[in-house]
Design a protein around this ligand. Sequence first.
Ligand code: SAM
Length: 433
Amino acid sequence: MNALGRHILVEFYDCSPELMNDVVHIENSMVAAAETAGATVINSTFHHFSPYGVSGVVVIQESHLAIHTWPEYGYAAVDLFTCGDSVDPWVSYSYLKEAFESGHGSSMELRRGQLSLLKRNDFNLDALRDVAPKSIEADGTITRDVWFTERDENIALSLKHSGNQLYKKDSPYQRVEIFETLAYGNMLTLDGMVMCTQKDEYVYHEMITHVPMFSHTKAKRALVIGGGDGGTVRELLRHEQLEEVTLVEIDELVIEACKLHLPETAVAFGNPRLNLLVEDGIKYINDCEDGRYDLIIIDSADPVGPGEGLFTAEFYKEVYRCLTPDGLMITQSESPRFNTGVFVEIYETYKQIFGENKVHCYLAGIPTYPTGTWSFSYSSKGDAHPLQFDKDAAAKFSQEQGLKYYNEEIHTAAFALPNFVKELLANGSKKDI
Ligand code: SAM
């Protein structure tokens, strides 16, 4: 070769938008395209951006293959760069055109490092030897960095995962996925938003259940709307006094995915005291009789897609109607810092329905939720107050049940709010926080 390397700039058009957004498929295809061309793969790093798009590079002994996709255009820009003549980059080109179901591609090959233009420097190669690149793992496995990223305009959370997609199905309501993250275990996402992970789900599920259960000790009937991962009913069913727990989840695929890949969270789905319904929670509450439940927990995702209707005054008024005279409504009420507007709006709505002094906010630290600080609302139809509870009973329960987050001190501390949150609850988000 009269050049050090061959660089093919590739434009793949009319690709399937699905595939252009599938980080696992793209990473596997890029690694396979390199290996099929005879390259020795060293490492691969791929990033899946939300809402869509993938970027990644496969480092090979013979240089690299790189890609960035625009699913919205069915388009991928690919760089195939090889040095030496043991690898034919055009083999990778053909492999990827097929793998991405590209309608047509255009490409241009550049010879990089024209030898006629280069002058070899005499230098002692040995001197460089001690910074030699890390050899491929003895067992030939390549190091793969495949990242899942949840982001909005200004904030992002990235979690490295194994690259093996454990579960991925589209339901009529949303995309249901399970990723095998390296730091937080298996993770459930809906439409690219983190719902729960094996390593921190207990924070959310213990706080959304035990706080109300210890401040409403006569509760016999509980209703959970949403919560298809099973964590909330798992915690509720630890309380023997509950005679009946009803879970109304709109999407059976969420239940299926969690039974398969989040077994610790889905463990209570077979409990005889559980009434598991696959139904729209809004319809269920509209059809429900007055005063039926002592405790209603809205374990919804964010106010988008099927869950949007779970953040409306109409819906909360219906919840109020279905509560017993001293019943409690508990909701996941978003992050005061991440979705400030929604946070302020829903608290104003709760106060209009339950009364100014009957609504309380409490916080918990959930590492895989945006900003890591999440909130829960506690609205009482009767006189129950979140801080009037039997601390000894709560301490004993936390001990006996081996809880990992909830205890009598956290119960109290969670209601101690920072000034900026008090400000938001008192005056709405007029002031910049
Ligand atoms: N902890 C999570 C969070 O804070 O984002 C929520 C977990 S849970 C998985 C949310 C569940 O609510 C989802 O399984 C979703 O399918 C369900 N859901 C959304 N809208 C619903 C509706 N209208 N009726 C019943 N379930 C609904």
